[in-house]
Design a protein around this ligand. Structure first.
Ligand code: HEM
Ligand code: SF4
Length: 591
């Protein structure tokens, strides 16, 4: 993992101290709410439906166990609203049918960050201090800047990796943090980087997607994609460079972001993302970037060329851990329960949750945070602590946050798998549902988010409840189900094989269902936006619609054919018919 230098440490401590001063002035009334707003946002503090929402940056998804424990402490001690705030939230949400509003947890997001929904603002400076004490912060998690850079959760360990993207991600993090020219872009700017054959970071759905690879001469460089994004207008990024030498990546990114900064639609928030500019200007955008790049390279003297020594210095942080010291033998209790365990359950877990590793003696193991009774990606304080313990025992003290809102242990010895399975099972993290239907992505939706049209969490819960049978889940095979509470698309509904989008009609919650989307991973193939099956459904119809779609798949599939392949083979019509046959009698209030 990247090791903070004294400079880095000083920087985040100074930022926390600055934030404390700003908060205190705001609470004392000498800094107005309007003046305070951009300052808190620059540290990840939003104000949502009932309470502030904090987004903590986890650069390219890497977390040490001590950081996970600090996140647990924040969940336990600070993710607790006052009685008054909680009562207001509860009674308001009860009108919409929300039964239970949990507190005291963190939420893993698709861009590898962690969010909290209940921290009182007057405690926020204490939280920033706690984060700084473990080299963490909320910088670049909000605002129209270059956001926290995401990567493949298996970066540096994947068996299909060509080049480890993490040193580049870290260099880009340092370049983009507080970049003076890019603090007020037309809109947020998201970069994802991967160095593997399989795209596990949805790179082509980003403003800039980077694939680091080797050319025929074995030189390292980047394939650069630009202009991807979801929201109201889903766009897959286009290739702007097939091969850029690695040491020029910052100069090139600088050219892209400059052109965007100059021409992005500041006049219209809904058209302000780079995807709109790229789509509207096409070749003209590419030409402008090229002119800007040449200017940077020749006239400006290529100021951001990465020196080889710097790449070596940063790469040293990412040397694999020494594994000898963290493999204690299985306890007697665990060994006994292992022999009594269900072999099918274990086999399913090996198949879904355990992945190959660059080092043949090791495995990458995903801990599932998708289960009945908790929103996808939510983790209580105790669960965060337990994950930290598992990381210490089995994974050199390191975890990764995954794009699908789970945690991954990157350094597990193959011979420890049975023991880890047992421990993960006891902790409730061993459901063998990774990449299956219930390993769904969902945003916080109307339970927490002020922008929502509809709730996401109860929909996720209803589908999870219906598909509890593991044999059935395994029979259905790998399916990406993605749920967003509004068109901002935080839950990536466009790229789901099955997508669900909350829409507002007459002040009531409705849901559009789409099929055939893809994030661009190996299973999904080329990235693609799904197509809507027809008019939207009421909440109670949604699980029936999903069932109708899945039954159609079971009926139509060829032996061994995955859902998405059946969909592509037979097309939308049969599925559409099945989905639209689910229309409950109109509810009395709607007549
Ligand atoms: C309640 C808290 C949240 C708020 C207020 C919020 C707000 C927004 C907004 C307004 C956008 C659209 C920006 C634009 O297109 O210009 C957006 C995009 C996005 N959000 Fe959130 N979000 C929240 C939570 C989350 C969570 C929990 C996740 C992950 C599960 C997430 C992931 C994303 C992603 C990936 C995008 C980019 C979609 C794209 O490609 O256009 N957000 N968010
Ligand atoms: S998709 Fe909409 S409802 Fe969901 S978190 Fe984003 S802004 Fe909120």
């Amino acid at each position: 993992m990247y090791q903070y230098t004294d400079f880095d440490r000083q920087f985040v401590h100074n930022r926390a101290a600055q934030y404390r001063d700003q908060l205190e002035r705001n609470l004392a009334g000498t800094l107005s709410d309007d003046e305070f707003k951009p300052l808190r946002l620059q540290n990840g503090w939003y104000v949502q439906r009932y309470a502030p929402m904090l987004r903590v940056a986890v650069p390219y998804g890497e977390l040490a166990s001590r950081q996970l424990r600090a996140l647990a402490t924040i969940a336990r001690q600070y993710d607790q609203p006052s009685a008054q705030v909680y009562q207001t939230a509860q009674s308001t949400q009860a009108q919409f049918g929300t039964l239970n509003m949990p507190t005291g947890y963190g939420h893993f997001t698709t861009r590898q960050n962690v969010q909290y929904n209940w921290i009182p603002l007057d405690k926020s400076a204490d939280v920033m201090d706690l984060l700084a004490s473990v080299d963490m912060h909320g910088i670049q998690t909000s605002g129209n800047c270059i956001r926290n850079i995401t990567s493949d959760e298996r970066a540096g360990i994947a068996a299909d990796e060509l080049v480890d993207p993490r040193p580049f991600a870290e260099i880009m993090r340092q370049w983009s943090t507080l970049h003076p020219e890019f603090a007020f872009l037309p809109r947020k700017f998201k970069i994802a980087i991967s160095g593997a054959l399989e795209d596990r970071a949805a790179t082509r759905w980003h403003d800039v997607g980077l694939h680091v690879l080797r050319n025929a001469d074995n030189e390292i460089g980047f394939k650069v994609w630009v202009g991807g994004g979801m929201g109201r207008t889903p766009v897959i990024a286009s290739v702007i460079r097939d091969f850029l030498p690695w040491n020029q990546i910052l100069n090139y990114l600088e050219a892209i972001v400059r052109v965007y900064n100059r021409w992005g639609r500041r006049d219209n928030m809904y058209k302000a993302r780079i995807k709109i500019l790229v789509k509207a200007e096409g070749q003209r955008f590419i030409d402008e970037v090229e002119v800007e790049y040449q200017q940077i390279m020749t006239v400006d003297g290529a100021p951001h060329t990465i020196p080889e020594a710097e790449l070596i210095r940063i790469s040293a942080s990412f040397a694999p851990p020494v594994l000898a010291d963290f493999a204690p033998a299985a306890s007697q209790k665990e060994a006994a329960s292992l022999s009594a365990a269900d072999p099918t359950e274990y086999a399913h877990w090996l198949q879904q949750n355990v992945a190959a590793h660059k080092n043949p003696a090791l495995r990458a193991v995903t801990l599932s945070f998708k289960r009945l009774g908790q929103a996808p990606g939510d983790a209580t304080a105790d669960q965060l602590d337990t994950a930290a313990e598992l990381a210490d025992r089995f994974s050199a003290g390191e975890v990764r946050v995954t794009h699908d809102q789970n945690l991954l242990l990157p350094w597990v010895r193959a011979e420890q798998l049975p023991e880890l399975w047992q421990a993960a099972r006891q902790a409730g993290f061993a459901r063998a549902n990774i990449r299956l239907l219930t390993d769904m992505i969902a945003c916080p939706g109307g339970d927490f988010c002020a922008l929502a049209n509809a709730r996401s969490i109860p929909i996720a819960e209803a589908i999870t409840e219906r598909y509890q049978d593991m044999d059935e889940l395994h029979d259905l095979g790998e399916i990406d189900l993605h749920i967003s509470g509004c068109i901002n698309s935080c839950g990536h509904h466009h790229s789901g094989h099955i997508g669900i989008l909350g829409v507002d009609k007459d002040g009531r919650e409705w849901y559009q269902v789409s099929l055939g989307g893809s994030d661009g991973s190996t299973l999904s193939g080329t990235p693609m936006a799904g197509k809507v099956v027809g008019p939207s459904f009421v909440a109670t119809e949604v699980p029936d619609v999903i069932e109708a779609v899945l039954d159609t798949y079971r009926r139509e599939r060829l032996t061994g054919e995955a859902f998405i392949d059946t969909f592509r083979r037979i097309g939308m019509d049969t599925f559409k018919q099945a989905a639209n046959s689910v229309r409950h009698p109109v509810e009395p209030e709607l007549v």
